[in-house]
Design a protein. Structure first.
Length: 172
């Protein structure tokens, strides 16, 4: 996965040019990639492992996003995929390669999550399940009654998740 190699290069650059902690994060697909980087970093040298993570509008797996999320219905490609010989189990087999298999390299108290209970793009229940599996503390969970696109918009005026993340980074 070329993107993950790029993340490790950026983390290395940040470590060499700064004395502060290094965090990864993103929204939607960026959050899913951050989750994967935080898993794969267990195999990287210590200096390449991020210290903290900020996840916004994420779910627990690529399978949930691609197969259960609203994008699958919007694309309307389920029939075309099946016509090409792809079964649900075969698709899941490959998509699971893009899911974190282990806990993240940083402790759960260094992860902040913002998800929407009305998010259908990155299904909410999948994101909540991930937070439970990782045992994210309640102080780092921001669950809003919003959808996929309104969560980031709400963050424009509700800075609480970013304040919490700043507190975490300051404590490292």
């Amino acid at each position: 996965m070329g993107a993950l190699r790029e993340w490790s290069v950026l983390i290395d650059w940040a470590r060499r040019h700064s004395t502060g902690p290094v965090a990864v994060g993103g929204t939607s697909l960026g959050a899913l990639m951050s989750q994967l980087a935080a898993d794969r970093a267990a195999d990287w040298p210590e200096r390449l492992r991020p210290d903290a993570m900020l996840l916004i509008t994420h779910c627990g797996s690529q399978v949930d996003a691609v197969m259960r999320g609203q994008l699958a219905r919007v694309w309307g490609n389920q029939d075309a995929i099946r016509e090409k010989g792809w079964t649900t189990s075969l698709i899941e087999q490959y998509l699971r390669l893009l899911d974190p298999q282990r806990p993240p390299v940083m402790s759960a108290d260094r992860i902040v999550s913002v998800i929407g209970s009305r998010d259908g793009v990155t299904p909410f229940d999948s994101g909540l399940d991930l937070l439970d599996r990782w045992r994210l503390p309640d102080t780092n969970r921001f669950i809003w009654r919003r959808g996929h696109f309104s969560v980031p918009m709400t963050m424009i005026r509700n800075h609480e998740p970013l304040r919490r993340f700043r507190e975490i980074l300051a404590s490292i």
